[in-house]
Design a protein around this ligand. Sequence first.
Ligand SMILES: [Zn+2]
Ligand SMILES: [Zn+2]
Length: 303
Amino acid sequence: MRAIFLGTSGGIPTPRRSLPAVALMHEGEIMLFDCGEGAQTQFMRKGIGFGRLTKIFITHIHGDHLSGLMGLFMTLTMLEREAPLEVYGPPGLAEFFGSLERDIKLRARFPYSINVAAPGMVVRCDGFHVEAAPVNHSVPCLAFAVQESVRPGKFDLDRARELGVPEGPLFGSLQKGEIVTLPDGGTVSPSDVLGPPRKGRRVVYCTDTVYHPPIIPFCRDADLLIHESMFAEDMKDEARMRKHSTAAEAAGIARAAGVRRLALTHISARYLDTSDIQEQARAVFPETTVARDLMEIEIPYID
Ligand SMILES: [Zn+2]
Ligand SMILES: [Zn+2]
């Protein structure tokens, strides 16, 4: 699982930071979180094909988070995409697409669906699901979490050999949770060779929001929390007023939620140098990275 930051600015793009978009690569599938202007060219810069893009999640109806949808859809049509594409987001999203179809004559020639996302389960897939929770912004806004399903416990190779399981397909059957019959007629159960079930990885995408402690349980134990940090600490009042977070506030959420790693994004265009933001966040939560455009963060399993 890998997060690729396509755009890390908030509000206004800069030559170095494109508008919000994060691609999450998971077992051959790409999910896009927000689709700011320039998201499609960032895909190209990164050398990622659009073919594996299956789902787009839009946090809220603000231009910087969905201004890339029209261009992306036009490109996918020109590329003669045939695979379906699912878009999830707040209620206004259907009207937005309605306007594109009616007024701009968007004619996507691939099947796509607009799905209203609400707090709770958004979509359940094979091996993972995506859920949402409300945050506190100037318009209704959702944080999203990708949660992998529980994985089988660690396979104890030595124990399997001791029990006389021949190397080969029976190993796989045990890992899938099946009881196997050995060549001598004896049986071995998965619990004989598998450790306790292991939890799946969790990635939380949380932007835009003012400092919002009620989101802490939703972020709990995430392997990666991607949180907005529009401002540094000296602009705390501005952050409050405009319903955005500061670096230390984002780090406070990360610390309280006990996440493994924090990546800050949605950085105001006023910060050409983000060393203050990094320092202020790290003082609260050391495992903080200020995301840059095209940066990748690998999310490993921790057993
Ligand atoms: Zn924004
Ligand atoms: Zn916003």
